[in-house]
Design a protein around this ligand. Structure first.
Ligand SMILES: [Ca+2]
Ligand SMILES: [Ca+2]
Ligand SMILES: [Ca+2]
Length: 276
């Protein structure tokens, strides 16, 4: 009897040690917060089905010499614009464009402060980013070219993975640690949901505009000036999927416009989330 109890305890210890070693970094996100700072509306065309931009879970796993990043949405990922028939072919989905930002040092003033052009977001002073990973339906060559042309200063720290795998509600990419610069559970993460736009405005990197009034292919509820955070869903609060994280998101995405005078506008400042 005694021996059995000891054996059970030993097995339990082994199991939990194993889980620790390869334990993924997991963030959950509440549903119903795919409204940016609180009042964004989806474009009116039929392809933009309810929940398409509502992130529910992010999982980051250490896979030896690679890191796997999975982002799950509320509804099944679809390909209404036949991305596989694009030339060159896209990745098997059409609507979403997800950007994953990584803070490696959690040090004030260290890293990039601005998000990629088209998002109108910044990062908190002690949560600036060192690397960003793009999960875009565009052909890899197109995504890389856009970043190179429109975000020259950031391009060296932006990773476009070789492929995106689409399975049910989940998009997954694999990034070599060589490119990411290793992997550490102490790193901070922010995951931003946008929509893929093949004909982006001005200097925007493949993002869909958020305007005051929604249109066939334009989000509504924001501003026609470039001062509104052009993001539908982000991670916020503790990243456990609790209801109060919606409020934390709306708070983080607060912004102030000043018409054409961008020097007086106050862009939204996003937090990084840390698991330890
Ligand atoms: Ca969500
Ligand atoms: Ca940093
Ligand atoms: Ca959220």
């Amino acid at each position: 009897m005694k021996k059995v109890a000891w054996l059970a305890a030993a097995v339990l210890m082994m199991v939990s040690a194993g889980a620790m070693a390869g334990e993924p970094v997991v963030f959950e996100d509440p549903t119903g917060d795919d409204v940016g700072p609180g009042g964004y509306k989806y474009p009116t065309a039929a392809e933009y089905k309810a929940g398409s931009f509502d992130m529910t879970k992010v999982e980051i796993s250490d896979k030896g010499d690679k890191v796997e990043i999975s982002v799950t949405m509320k509804v099944r990922i679809e390909d209404p614009w036949d991305s596989k028939k694009w030339s060159p072919p896209g990745q098997g989905f059409s609507l979403q464009f997800i950007q994953v930002y990584v803070d490696k040092d959690h040090k004030a003033g260290s890293g990039h402060k601005d998000g990629l052009p088209g998002l109108n977001i910044r990062f908190a002073e002690d949560g600036r980013w060192e690397k960003a990973v793009l999960i875009s339906p565009q052909p890899v060559s197109r995504a890389k070219m856009e970043v190179k042309m429109k975000a020259k200063d950031l391009a060296g720290d932006v990773i476009v993975p070789k492929a995106v795998s689409v399975k049910g509600k989940t998009l997954t990419v694999v990034v070599p640690k060589d490119e990411l610069g290793g992997f550490d559970r102490a790193w901070g993460w922010q995951v931003v949901v946008q929509s893929n736009e093949g004909y982006p405005d001005g200097n925007d990197v493949l993002t869909r505009d958020v305007n005051e009034i929604e249109g066939d292919h334009r989000f509504g509820g924001g501003s026609d000036w470039d001062c509104d955070p052009q993001v539908l869903d982000i991670l916020a609060g503790a990243g456990k999927g609790k209801d109060d994280e919606k409020k934390a998101q709306f708070e983080a995405l607060k912004y102030t416009c000043a018409g054409s005078d961008m020097s007086k506008a106050k862009l939204a400042e996003l937090p990084m989330l840390y698991v330890k």
